[in-house]
Design a protein around this ligand. Sequence first.
Ligand code: NAG
Ligand code: NAG
Ligand code: NAG
Ligand code: NAG
Ligand code: NAG
Ligand code: NAG
Ligand code: NAG
Ligand code: NAG
Ligand code: NAG
Ligand code: NAG
Ligand code: NAG
Ligand code: NAG
Length: 591
Amino acid sequence: MRRHCCAAAAGFASVASAASLADVCTVSNVQASLPANGTLLGINMLPSTVSATAVYNASLGMGGMGASSNSGVTYNYCNVSLSMTHTGKGDIVSIMLAFPEPSNFKNRWYLAGGGGFSLSSDATGGLAYGAASGATSAGYDAFNYSYDEKVLYGNGSINWDATYAFAYVALGELTKIGKPITQAFYGMNDSKIYTYFEGCSDGGREGMSQVQQWGQEYDGVVAGAPAFRFAQQQVLHVYPATVETVMDYFPVPCALDKIVNATITACDPLDGRTDGVISRTDLCKLNFNLSTLIGESYACAAKTSSSLGFGFSKRQMGGAQGSQTSSQPAQNGTLTAEDIAVAQSVYDGLHTSDGKRAYLSWQIGSDLGDADTTYNNNTGHWELNIPSTGGEYVTKFIQLLDIDNLPNLDNVTYDTLVAWMNVGMFRYLDSLQTTVPDLTPFQSSGGKLLHYHGESDPSIPAASSVHYWQSVRSVMYPEATDEAAEKALSDWYQFYLIPGAAHCGANSLQPGPYPQDNMDTIINWVENGVKPSRLNATVSTGDFSGEVQQLCQWPTRPLWSRNSSTFDCVSDTASIESWTYTFDAFKVPVY
Ligand SMILES: *[C@@H]1O[C@H](CO)[C@@H](O)[C@H](O)[C@H]1NC(C)=O
Ligand SMILES: *[C@@H]1O[C@H](CO)[C@@H](O)[C@H](O)[C@H]1NC(C)=O
Ligand SMILES: *[C@@H]1O[C@H](CO)[C@@H](O)[C@H](O)[C@H]1NC(C)=O
Ligand SMILES: *[C@@H]1O[C@H](CO)[C@@H](O)[C@H](O)[C@H]1NC(C)=O
Ligand SMILES: *[C@@H]1O[C@H](CO)[C@@H](O)[C@H](O)[C@H]1NC(C)=O
Ligand SMILES: *[C@@H]1O[C@H](CO)[C@@H](O)[C@H](O)[C@H]1NC(C)=O
Ligand SMILES: *[C@@H]1O[C@H](CO)[C@@H](O)[C@H](O)[C@H]1NC(C)=O
Ligand SMILES: *[C@@H]1O[C@H](CO)[C@@H](O)[C@H](O)[C@H]1NC(C)=O
Ligand SMILES: *[C@@H]1O[C@H](CO)[C@@H](O)[C@H](O)[C@H]1NC(C)=O
Ligand SMILES: *[C@@H]1O[C@H](CO)[C@@H](O)[C@H](O)[C@H]1NC(C)=O
Ligand SMILES: *[C@@H]1O[C@H](CO)[C@@H](O)[C@H](O)[C@H]1NC(C)=O
Ligand SMILES: *[C@@H]1O[C@H](CO)[C@@H](O)[C@H](O)[C@H]1NC(C)=O
């Protein structure tokens, strides 16, 4: 039985690697490579929509968030566009594919994740790895719009097709069709095509969505700082502003910056080396009391800054519209008990009014950007600032109002935030939440997962990743001792905290290491069976610039011996307990 639609598909079979780009990059070769209608249930390809053009000497920009930069190198590839439709639905999904020239093709398929509310719209991310790759309109014109612009048809009316497409379906289908097209395009017959996903932030969530929902399709996934547990994560962005509202105290940003800087200075040595980096935020949490900072002085110069915010949606990337510009006057003073109380509550995390824990928080020493207030030039006061990251989630996804942010936090209490989290968790439990902890299909088909998170991430708490790792461990290995479960898990799922790192990148406040070769590591694991046990990461600024650190695999933790240039990876029960949470504010398990 023929897998593909046309006999012509066999044309390049025996000469794939000898063929030139011009030989294979033709409309007829692509058309002949499309899976026949009926082969992939529910997906019909539209051969008449195929375009194919060879592109020579292309220099590429950055891939998606978390993807490696490949500046300076140029590529020859086949630029393909085509469309598909879902059986009986009458929709159109536009797809872009990029095929490396045959001599550079290494039997790989690769997808890059996006960020914010956007899927990646760049199909060329695989070229650096000798992989064919793709991008999809997801059926909601994702090349031109971010999903938050599409989640509502109007007030009260959710676009569920777009929601599921963004959550996991569009990327899974892209891989499902991309693999057989690639195999036929190069005449690979049925030989193995290694399949990878790489992303950070929402791209990390997208990677986890593929592991959870399309596990048997992927051989290797690299997921950084995933924006999963979506309801809790997005509402968390409103938590610091709620703390200030409840306390009716709006700290000057310079005071918060001072608290972060002074915490870094105080906690840096606790890991055994004074290098500007808190490699052990757990020791900081257990041993440092923020109250000791009361009375310290701070001073900041006036500044004007603009920020894209978390949304960094298409409209924001496209121009100034939507980006936020803020002016701050010079600030100075001394830290007050109220300043410390705000920071302490933010780091403690959200609890209900009767003291039940609802969510985890950023690690102590992480930047407190979501707590930043805004300066009112007319009154001379610092006032409430609601980060649109969280505010827009509440208005559009919870309240179902087509507005970009909450106008205020009037009458909003901690219990209100918990109620919003509850609504969001159940409404989007099988779409955006992305916390399915049973990864059996991925694991049993041989998949490998490399998961990392900056320990001082000020946007998505590092503890969010730890909690998911713990959920997978206990759901997949319910009978095993922790030690046995961790050993079994590390055969296919490894998690690394990156000391001092921020959200999907190095931290300007802590000159720590950052891993650069995650794709090389996962490819070596998948294709050569080289299982990592540490993760190489390079320091790029500060006194230790150039140093390669071999990061500890969770749940071990780094500890320097005095004057040593390397750290040991130690087991520390008290530290691990400081990362372990039960969310008893919710009546159902939160994975
Ligand atoms: C694919 O199959 C054809 C026909 O059986 C064969 O001639 C060709 O060598 C195969 N190609 C590869 C890359 O194995
Ligand atoms: C697959 O089905 C679509 C309609 O759903 C049709 O337009 C297309 O031509 C079909 N493809 C082939 C190869 O027959
Ligand atoms: C690509 O670059 C190479 C090396 O610089 C050059 O020889 C070749 O002509 C270029 N090809 C095209 C299509 O520009
Ligand atoms: C690739 O093809 C698409 C669709 O035809 C086109 O819009 C795009 O400009 C092409 N990219 C390059 C680099 O030629
Ligand atoms: C969306 O973007 C794609 C690729 O950039 C373009 O070809 C298409 O025309 C755009 N669609 C709309 C409706 O603007
Ligand atoms: C905090 O530290 C950063 C980087 O070291 C510095 O630029 C900033 O001015 C400091 N802020 C305060 C308030 O101390
Ligand atoms: C920190 O110190 C203050 C003042 O001495 C004390 O009231 C508070 O309980 C301490 N906090 C912790 C977590 O130990
Ligand atoms: C603090 O601010 C006041 C008023 O703006 C200014 O007069 C003073 O010089 C500042 N002090 C420092 C240490 O920057
Ligand atoms: C705030 O007021 C000062 C002086 O009154 C003025 O120079 C400055 O431009 C104002 N800034 C903004 C953002 O309006
Ligand atoms: C949607 O609701 C918002 C908030 O109530 C309101 O401002 C807006 O006018 C409504 N939009 C439409 C189209 O009715
Ligand atoms: C806040 O609560 C008060 C008292 O229940 C009520 O009068 C007011 O309308 C509420 N405000 C908003 C914005 O809901
Ligand atoms: C990691 O770094 C060590 C020391 O620099 C080096 O020997 C090793 O080859 C590196 N491993 C990988 C996978 O790059």
